[in-house]
Design a protein around this ligand. Sequence first.
Ligand code: ADP
Ligand code: MG
Length: 590
Amino acid sequence: MSATASAVSWRALGPHVRPHRRVLAAGALLGLLGSGAALAQPLAAQSVIEALQERESVLTPIVVLSALVVVGALLTGTYLLLLERTAERIVLRARLGLAARMLRLRVPAIDRQSPGDLITRMTSDTTLLRAAASNGVVQLVNGAVGLLGAIVLMAVVDWVLLLVTLGVLGTIAFGVLVLLPRISRATERGQAAVGEIGSVLERSLAAVRTVKASGAEARETAAIEDAARRSYGAGLELARHQAVLGVATGLAIQVSFLAVLGVGGARVADGAMDVAALVAFLLYLFYLAEPVSGLVQAGIELQAGLGALARLDATEELPVEDDVETPADSVLESAIAAGPAPGVPLISFARVAFAYGDERAPVLHDVSFSVPEGGQTALVGPSGAGKTTLFALLQRFYEPTGGAVLLGGRDISTIPRGTLRRSIGSVEQDAPVLAGTLRDNLLYGAPGASGAELAEVVAETRLEELVAQLPEGLDSEIASRGTSLSGGERQRIAIARALLRRPRILLLDEATSQLDARNEMALRDTIARAARRCTVLVIAHRLSTVVAADQIVVLDAGRVRAAGTHAELVEHDALYRELAMTQLLAGPAG
Ligand code: ADP
Ligand code: MG
């Protein structure tokens, strides 16, 4: 499901255009003056010729003519530059707005979006907006200036004929206004299809090995082709509307011509006007063709821009993480770092309930347990029990639907997410290696950490051997070699990355894949050392982890089933016994 708004209105342009209204008005004025200078040139030329005929000095008329040419060119150039610059600014502002929102979107909102589609909004939709803001506005201003100029001149020649012309043009303009919204809707549809191309492509490239291994290239390609065809269909529809509008504009001018000819002929016959005036009027009518079709083009461009804008504005309605951190929060952060008051647990889950969406089945029911300060707490349970979800709630990626998560006795929904997350180091189950060097990877969460801190954590996570092996040590690029690192190494890199943030709490979602005995020992040792600096909450898949834990919480189908030490649970809890003895907690060789 992607966010699309179907109600497109001119009003949507407001927030984008309003900051530039002065510049646009100045631009329009320059455009008007430029046109004026251009219109005055024939008169100046005439006076040059007259001066030549009268054998008078041609210097003054030539200077005037040259000045008109130069000033006209300068005015028009400045006007175009101003409008283009404004167009670029409108796009820049839209892109900056999107950029600022993208990574602040709340996790549930991101879950529902397709990354490929969001990327399209940032790139392709903003480009359409640019076309509307430059071409569209230039044509609008030119058209309006031309139209006004012609109307004034026509009014001077003959009022009645002007009314006839406006009557015909007005009728056609009404038809155009009816057709224009279809253009924005077709554009929106076309852009949604382009977004879909992006999302299919993004999905299939991200899993390219699976796609190829499953022989699914043709199916993925078909999905892209399907979206491409829909974009083509929308493009054709746009072309049809444009063609109709183009023909209608031409027709409008021709019908006005005939009407003026008829009415004007009658007026000439009645002696109400002379033939010269009728001819002049008809000539002006031909001049009118250009501004009128310019205005129609402007309408088309602006409507296409509105279609793109609807998609851009739709992202504005997605909820963002909008907590504001105040100086009080740094006091709070220090308080968290100092530890809870005596007798208060560091973390408490208090009757927590949670579902990943209103229509979805709850995945946590009435979960209550506490994690004391220091030491290690292990979470165990079958796959799908809700362990990873508990970590997500603790980091406020999602908000519980019932109960509360407390940190040092304080409901975390009252702690700004930034403050909260600075207190927590998190290691995901399949912790990604990021593009860059090993050093970049380690310092990702703590760019300011010192060399000594880095060395300390490298030693603590037993990464020294890896660093020694890599050709350029910490500065070796590991992105393309991410897969050549062992699972244990990747996990320890992720732990080091988390520890460098000097967190109060380390959340560790243990990888389920087997580690060899060496890596398993290294991991054990790493966790034990980490537990000396912070409270460790680990989702355990290894016997060695639970045996070392001070407290084990057994989760099953979203409920806490039991809690205790390994020895207690082995004795009292059948599920734990089963987990401990079978697959999940089997030893490294199992
Ligand atoms: P565990 O880590 O114990 O294996 P999880 O916390 O990952 O379990 O998942 C608990 C339940 O929530 C599962 O049924 C899973 O399918 C569902 N779930 C997990 N993440 C999401 C998500 N982002 N959206 C919807 N359902 C989810
Ligand atoms: Mg999990």
